[in-house]
Design a protein around this ligand. Structure first.
Ligand SMILES: O=c1ccn([C@H]2C[C@H](O)[C@@H](CO)O2)c(=O)[nH]1
Ligand SMILES: [Zn+2]
Length: 134
């Protein structure tokens, strides 16, 4: 699965977004080292603080299916932003733990602007425990 294909998966996931409050649809797709793909979309709630982002939905879905931190090679995220979408702080923290700092993060938008970074680069100085010490 190449980067373009993973972005396609994220685009499909975006169509499932439940975002009646913000009307801002986001999709994510996470690729495991052994080639599996898990989808995530944002899921909102009338109690706004409970809204869950696409990135966390994808990673939590993978964890619920049996994946563990360190299993993830790449996550792609897409939203209708001006430039590549910028993950929120909560998702940066979750990406660093589930993805480890090395996980590749592909940020894009409907215009196909693409930024490629890593979970570690998105959260300098993160509170992060080595998987072997957990
Ligand atoms: O990277 C992002 C940024 C925002 N959102 C969601 C949260 C909320 O449902 C909506 C508006 O912020 O977009 C994501 O899912 N991922
Ligand atoms: Zn987020």
């Amino acid at each position: 699965m190449n980067q373009q294909q993973l972005i396609q998966e994220a685009t499909q996931a975006r169509q499932k977004a439940y975002a009646p409050y913000s009307r801002f649809l986001v999709g994510a797709a996470v690729l495991t080292h052994d080639g599996r793909v898990f989808h995530g979309c944002n899921v909102e709630n009338a109690s706004y603080g409970l809204c869950n982002c696409a990135e966390r939905t994808a990673l939590f879905s993978a964890i619920a299916a049996g994946c563990r931190p360190g299993d993830f090679k790449t996550i792609a995220v897409i939203g209708d932003t001006d430039g590549p979408i910028a993950p929120c702080g909560a998702c940066r923290q979750v990406m660093i733990e589930m993805g480890t700092p090395a996980m590749e993060v592909v940020l894009t938008n409907l215009k196909q602007d693409v930024e490629i970074t890593t979970a570690g680069a998105l959260l300098p100085g993160a509170f992060y425990l080595d998987p072997n010490e957990r």
